[in-house]
Write a protein that binds this ligand. Structure first.
Ligand code: MF3
Ligand code: CO
Length: 291
């Protein structure tokens, strides 16, 4: 839609360079890939340098919040206590917890223990016990820019079985990340994540996944893990999204809490782990924005 941009016009990316010296080749490449039947990102998914700077500022807060949680998390603490840390550190640094009131979510962070896959709601009644594994999923809004990442924490003496799940899930994210490069495909990442989980006898939750992130909390593309390499959206420099597989020890099937409408649990009660990173596709590869 709209009129075609002239080669001497300012580039649509906000660089103040002439289009022909900026994103003209980029658009050409995407047009060819599109004509070959590939899904390509729209310009709205390509972050400008100014946006990337803003998102990085937001991510500094998100990382500091997760670091603070990591320093203080321990047996006997409630998940409400984690929520308080998240709210305090985020707001003291000038940010807003993106989860708070997001589609009615009542707290500042998701705290998901053992068989809780994601979207666990912090509560004074949920106390961290020796042997628990917990995902703390944090997202921040700063000057309108979004960051989103999550980490696992092991509480006290965690069984080797659960430690392995946590470790392998992190490896899944790292292997997926290695596949993030310009002019590759989102499915390259998906398959690397999936294969590693599968090789270790685990399953991956299917229809809850990652997402574009930065200018909005949840942008396109949707990021799943059951896709094959060479499929899904073409990765172009300036795209930013999360990799956040939920890896289950048993079945990939899950249930949704009927009372709160949020909390997702494994259908067989076995443990689930998740790590989440936010990544930028660069000219040469990728850059981790938040972890
Ligand atoms: N950080 C989670 C994500 O990856 C947030 C889920 S939305 C919430 O998108 F409201 F449940 F927090
Ligand atoms: Co996310």
């Amino acid at each position: 839609m709209g009129h075609k941009i002239g080669r001497n016009d300012p580039c649509w990316c906000g660089s103040n360079k002439k289009y022909k010296n900026c994103h003209a080749d980029f658009d050409e490449k995407l047009a060819i890939l599109h004509s070959q039947g590939h899904t390509v990102p729209g310009h709205e998914l390509i972050k400008t340098p100014a946006q990337i700077e803003g998102i990085k500022e937001s991510a500094k807060i998100n990382v500091a919040v997760l670091d603070a949680v990591g320093e203080q998390i321990k047996e006997g603490m409630s998940t409400e206590d984690i929520d308080k840390i998240v709210y305090k550190v985020t707001t003291e640094m000038g940010g807003i917890p993106a989860q708070l009131n997001y589609e009615g979510f009542p707290k500042s962070v998701c705290t998901s223990i053992n068989d809780v896959v994601c979207h666990g709601i912090p509560s004074p009644d949920v106390i961290l016990k020796d042997g628990d594994i917990i995902n703390v999923d944090c997202s921040t809004i700063y000057k309108g820019y979004y960051s989103d990442s999550s980490r696992m924490f092991c509480i006290g003496n965690v069984s080797e079985e659960k430690r392995k799940l946590v470790r392998v899930t992190k490896e899944c994210v790292e292997l997926g990340l290695e596949q993030v490069k310009p002019w590759g495909f989102l499915g390259d990442m998906s398959q690397a994540v999936y294969d590693h989980a599968k090789e270790n006898g685990y399953s991956i939750v299917r229809n809850i996944g990652g997402h574009g992130c930065g200018v909005e909390f949840h942008e396109e593309p949707w990021v799943g893990y059951i896709f094959k390499k060479g499929t899904q959206m073409v990765l172009a420099p300036g795209m930013m999204f999360t990799i956040e597989p939920m890896v289950n020890m048993g079945t990939h099937k899950y249930t949704t809490d009927e009372e709160n409408g949020w909390t997702i649990r494994t259908a067989d009660g076995k443990p689930s782990a998740q790590w989440e990173i936010q990544v930028l596709v660069t000219e040469t590869g990728h850059e981790v924005i938040s972890w």
